[in-house]
Design a protein around this ligand. Structure first.
Ligand code: URA
Ligand code: SF4
Length: 199
């Protein structure tokens, strides 16, 4: 393998940074779906330019809609506690959502809204080239894997999407609501994620 010099790495990083900024700028003025009418600010996603893991959630909640940053509310703080045990600092990851604007009253995004927004996520994936994608919850899993299967059926194995390994686990909000039943499977899913990172 040819060694990449620190200078070349800087060029790759700045190209990626510029591409992500361009996507975020398009998102900021996007009116491709009805969610644009309800948002305070868009939440394009953020994180490392060379992440071991891309986490994909559903869509911004109230705190995200206020700050423009993904997973900063209760679910995000809970997500942070999942990362440390598997040796992942949040700053090393990239975090994004299926839709970049908050659905009113935190309802699930509709299929047409997800379809309108998906190209942004696809472009983000193509730019950052994560080692592994981890879907948080059913909406992200079904969207990225193009399936209507249940989360229970999708978790526990490694999928592939455009050449990227994909694992699936429950959404942190769901685990916060139902700690007893979901903590163990989430723990197992995190171990699967960790094993992929060690390869
Ligand atoms: N839930 C999500 O799915 N995404 C966020 O960014 C916050 C909460
Ligand atoms: Fe555009 Fe996505 Fe926001 Fe819809 S949710 S307006 S597609 S950025």
């Amino acid at each position: 393998m040819t060694a990449v010099s620190p200078v070349q790495e800087d060029v790759v990083a700045s190209d990626r940074g510029a591409s992500l900024l361009a996507i975020a700028a398009e998102v900021a003025s996007c009116v491709k779906c009805g969610l644009s009418a309800h948002r305070t600010v868009t939440v394009p996603g953020e994180g490392s330019l060379d992440p071991p893991v891309l986490f994909v959630g559903e869509g911004p909640g109230a705190e995200e809609d206020r700050t423009g940053r993904p997973f900063v509310g209760a679910a995000g703080q809970y997500l942070d506690t999942w990362l440390t045990p598997i040796g992942l600092a949040r700053s090393r990851c990239f975090i994004a959502n299926c839709v970049k604007c908050r659905p009113p009253q935190n309802r699930e995004p509709h299929p047409d809204e997800i379809g309108a927004c998906l190209p942004y996520l696809e472009r983000q994936i193509a730019v950052i080239k994560p080692k592994v994608i981890c879907c948080l919850g059913r909406i992200a899993a079904q969207t990225l894997l193009g399936t209507a299967s249940s989360l229970g059926a999708l978790r526990g194995k490694v999928h592939e999407r455009h050449g990227f390994p994909v694992v699936v686990t429950y959404h942190p909000s769901a685990v916060l609501r139902d700690k007893a039943g979901l903590r163990k499977p989430v723990w197992d899913d995190l171990q699967l994620l960790r094993s992929l990172l060690q390869k």
